[in-house]
Ligand binder design. Structure first.
Ligand SMILES: Nc1ncnc2c1ncn2[C@@H]1O[C@H](COP(=O)(O)OP(=O)(O)O)[C@@H](O)[C@H]1O
Ligand SMILES: [Mg+2]
Length: 342
């Protein structure tokens, strides 16, 4: 009898020790990934992939881990007021969900954010940077893509998206090109479109009423005019991301020309020679084209190609051979792309 007692006792002690070890390991891993200790809400809400339904798992395939996102707010040129606002009203709450999604309603951040403006102005980049800086998962959904793959199942997937966000919180739920998803589409299946829209509205209403859900919906659109007013009302915090002005163009150019070796004065002069409807995306493509044209001769040389083949050429060494970017390559690329008056 005594022996049995001591065996049970030993077993319980062993189990307790392994439980404590597991907890320590979890906290250590969480600390190394997030730089903070997990809160109680994180502990109780963290879900593993086994806890997901089939639809949630399908959506989970679209989840971007914050550590894999390279964009940061400081990489976005211009938009200083928007960035400031987002730092205060979105980033801080997502970083401290226990405080900002708790009982004090006045502290709750806006649950629905709409970024609207012309294509290429950095809306998607901004949403990704928010997730990266808040260090929270980014559930990116383009329903038009899902609709093609899962015809007839989109409303289930939409429901799964919101329930997954609840399991992954704190997180960001991102609907890119939301107009394409919710707008009434010509002669297609009107009832399905209508159903999807109603479903979206009810999920958005749901997150307004369930106060402790620590996730934020960010939606983007290039054509805010065609967005249903009911949807707009559910995305009350709206930012217009417009064409950059001259100062903003200069800031964006500076960021993309960081490695060019061109002086700030030259960059400023070049920025003011660009057309007023040049976007950040145009600038990125322009700078790429200028580098490509500067490297063209090198890329065609047989000596260079044989060095690449034999592994004697790294990306770094190509950069150093290319040297500083020549202004005339930049000007030429801008003219070819019709970004400046010739
Ligand atoms: N304000 C900006 N500052 C720096 N780069 C920008 C900016 N706007 C756009 N870009 C560049 O253009 C790319 C495409 O922008 P994106 O975010 O996709 O635009 P949108 O979603 O508004 O169509 C970005 O990945 C980035 O390289
Ligand atoms: Mg976009």
């Amino acid at each position: 009898m005594e022996e049995l007692k001591s065996a049970v006792y030993r077993l319980m002690v062993t189990m307790l020790i392994s439980l404590v070890m597991c907890a320590i390991q979890y906290v250590a891993t969480y600390y190394s990934e997030h730089g903070t200790l997990p809160s109680w809400s994180t502990l109780s809400l963290s879900a593993t992939s086994e806890d997901y339904t089939t639809y949630e798992s399908e959506i989970a395939a679209n989840v971007v881990k914050p550590e894999t996102i390279v964009e940061r707010l400081r990489d976005i040129g211009g938009l200083s007021r928007v960035k400031e606002d987002i730092r205060a009203n979105v980033l801080v709450p997502l970083q401290h969900p226990d405080i900002f999604f708790g009982a004090v309603e006045s502290l709750h951040p806006p649950r629905g954010i709409l970024l609207h403006g012309p294509p290429g102005t950095g809306k998607t980049m901004l949403a990704r940077a928010i997730a990266a800086e808040a260090k929270c998962p980014f559930i990116a959904l383009s329903l038009s893509a899902l609709e093609n793959k899962w015809y007839g199942e989109t409303s289930k997937l939409l429901g799964a998206t919101f329930s997954l966000a609840r399991k992954m919180q704190p997180c960001i739920l991102f609907f890119d090109e939301i107009d394409g998803m919710i707008r009434t589409r010509g002669d297609q299946d009107q009832s399905a479109v209508y159903g999807l829209k109603t479903e979206f509205l009810s999920h958005m209403d749901g997150i307004q009423t369930t106060q402790h859900d620590a996730f934020i919906v960010i939606a983007c659109t290039n054509c805010v005019g065609s967005l249903d007013p009911a949807i707009k009302r559910r995305l009350p915090q709206q930012y217009k991301i417009d064409f950059p002005n001259n100062n903003e163009r200069t800031a964006i150019l500076r960021l993309h020309l960081k490695k060019s070796g061109l002086s700030p004065v030259i960059i400023e002069e070049f920025a003011s020679s660009l057309n007023p409807n040049v976007t950040g995306s145009d600038i990125r493509e322009l700078v790429k084209a200028a580098w490509a044209s500067q490297r063209k001769k090198l890329m065609m040389s047989t000596q260079f190609l044989s060095k690449i083949k034999s592994g004697r050429m790294s990306a770094k060494s190509i950069e150093s051979i290319t040297g500083k970017l020549k202004l005339h390559n930049l000007m030429q690329a801008a003219q070819e792309k019709k970004l400046m008056e010739s």
